[in-house]
Design a protein around this ligand. Structure first.
Ligand code: NI
Length: 187
């Protein structure tokens, strides 16, 4: 199972429209394996297909490394979300720090509703609907955004973005070094 290079800001593939998956296949199963391998290798808790250059409605998540440290959080283990659809977000608005493997070294606080109701197909292509809150809810909202070409920094105020301007420029020009493989810049 190879570790795949991660696409970084500001590659257009992170903003591209994504396609629903029509059927399960051996190819899809190995892509999912590779995505988990890539996510664990970079110590991430979630990874969306556009981040490895695939414009597909697919993301993987394993937030246990975080939820094991938190009280009142369920450890869901590795999960696959195929063709996810967020039915509802609700609850208290929570401010928490986020990061993204495609935007290395940049962390900032983002406000999101606490609860997510999401319908999706699991790894076996069975339809499931779950309601989650807390950290996993946040991860699901973050990864789901990736499938709509949205990045967490899009939520930042103009002021906060300006604070990150030089780091974003550095990432965009491929001059950032991290301990996981990054895709080369296309231009
Ligand atoms: Ni991300």
């Amino acid at each position: 199972m190879p570790v795949l290079p991660i696409i970084t800001y500001n590659d257009p593939v992170l903003r591209a429209e994504t396609k629903a998956l029509e059927k399960n296949s051996g190819e899809l199963q190995s892509l999912i394996d590779d995505m988990f391998e890539t996510m664990y290798n970079s110590s991430g808790v979630g990874l969306a297909a556009p981040q490895i250059g695939k414009s597909l409605q697919l993301f993987v998540m394993d937030a246990d490394a975080v939820t094991e440290e938190l009280e009142d959080e369920e450890d869901l283990g590795p999960m696959v979300f195929i063709n996810p659809e967020i039915i509802e977000v609700k609850g208290e608005k929570v401010r928490m720090e986020e990061g993204c493997l495609s935007i290395p070294d940049l962390r900032d606080e983002i406000v999101r509703p606490d609860v997510t109701v999401v319908k999706f197909r699991d790894r076996e292509f069975n339809e499931q609907t779950i309601e989650v809150s807390g950290w996993v809810s946040r991860v699901i909202q973050h990864e789901y955004d990736h499938l709509a070409g949205k990045l967490f920094i899009d939520y930042l105020s103009a002021f906060r973005r300006r604070l990150h301007k030089s780091l974003l420029k550095k990432i965009d020009s491929g001059k950032i070094e991290v301990d996981y493989p990054l895709a080369p810049k296309s231009d």
